[in-house]
Write a protein that binds this ligand. Structure first.
Ligand code: 5GP
Ligand code: MG
Ligand code: MG
Length: 197
């Protein structure tokens, strides 16, 4: 278990599981694009690790660029998406694949579609390493999904809790009950001894 700021997190998805999911996505996308050279567009900050590891597994030539959006405050998604860095290159006629770390409510994706509305791209598809189907509120199709997860807050592998946790190589899930801590703090003398890792 780890502690970031005031919250505890437990191991949830291993580096190996992430690796396998990214390999599947890379192979599937490479097959679908055929002879096209795709442009992968990562959504910063969260997707920096996904993009870095994904493109190393992508078996054919490709281009990589980033846009920077921000929505999350603490552990909650907000509808107010800020566009911090937009598209910096002309993608007219290109096969574009957006690479996301996680798609939760879909609010960020809504902004991504708004950004691409006036671009004359040949095709626009969405790939995400993680997806929370229970939290998803939009109708946009998600073309490539790595791993579906329950509607609980996660950190690690690029994902942060108020700035912390992005550098963790594996994914951790928030621990909602902290009864062990209470037991140790409020239990009878000796309670909890030898129970805490
Ligand atoms: P959405 O706009 O779909 O609700 O959320 C999209 C963005 O919010 C993601 O790209 C990610 O940066 C952030 N996000 C969504 N769910 C989580 C989560 O469980 N943990 C963290 N750390 N960030 C999340
Ligand atoms: Mg993101
Ligand atoms: Mg964040």
């Amino acid at each position: 278990m780890i502690k970031l700021h005031d919250k505890y997190f437990k191991p949830f998805i291993s580096g190996k599981q992430i690796d396998e999911a990214l390999q599947r996505l890379a192979d599937e996308i490479a097959e679908d694009v055929g002879d096209e050279i795709p442009v992968f567009v990562g959504i910063l900050n969260g997707s920096f690790m996904v993009v870095s590891d994904f493109v190393k597994k992508y078996p054919k030539p490709c281009e990589v660029t980033f846009i920077k959006l921000a929505s999350y405050e603490g552990v909650k998604s907000s509808e107010d998406i800020q566009r911090l860095i937009g598209l910096t290159q002309d993608l007219t006629g290109r096969t574009v694949i957006v690479l996301e770390d996680i798609i939760d409510t879909g609010n960020t994706l809504n902004e991504v579609y708004r950004i691409f509305k006036n671009e004359q791209v040949k095709s626009l598809k969405i790939a995400t390493l993680f997806h929370k189907p229970e939290a998803y509120k939009k109708d946009f199709k998600l073309h490539y999904v790595g791993i579906e997860i329950p509607n609980k807050f996660i950190v690690g592998y690029g994902l942060d809790y108020d700035g912390l946790g992005r550098n963790l190589p594996e994914v951790y899930q928030i621990k909602e009950t902290q009864y062990m801590t209470n037991l140790v703090l409020f239990g009878p003398p000796g309670a909890g001894k030898g129970t805490q890792a």
